[in-house]
Design a protein around this ligand. Structure first.
Ligand code: HEM
Length: 80
């Protein structure tokens, strides 16, 4: 079960990041033009996929905490 979750999480991270990044482009253009959107769908997609992305990233870090912690320790040791 844990192995399946570990395999699916990277795909979920890619998909949710792609939707968040793609929907940020029209939002950014509107922001530069100082305009607001008539339809809320892009904004809603951006916000909900953005939240989902953060949750999947945190879950991935938690499930790979040994690797993350080990790499972090190695980085600190190399700097000394
Ligand atoms: C790929 C990274 C991201 C980019 C380039 C990006 C870009 C943007 C842009 C350009 C806006 C419009 C700003 C404005 O109109 O004032 C926006 C709004 C917003 N973004 Fe992101 N964003 C990103 C990731 C996220 C993530 C991870 C979240 C997590 C929740 C998020 C949540 C929001 C929210 C809540 C708004 C305000 C929507 C509103 O107008 O009510 N964004 N973002």
């Amino acid at each position: 079960m844990k192995k399946t979750i570990k395999e699916v999480l990277p795909v979920l991270c890619i998909v949710t990041f792609a939707v968040t990044a793609a929907t940020s482009l029209p939002l950014f253009i509107l922001y530069l033009r100082n305009e607001t959107m008539k339809s809320m769908i892009l904004q809603d997609l951006h916000v909900w996929f953005g939240f989902a992305f953060i949750i999947f990233v945190l879950l991935r870090i938690a499930l790979n905490r040994k690797f993350v912690g080990g790499t972090f320790k190695q980085l600190i040791r190399k700097r000394r």
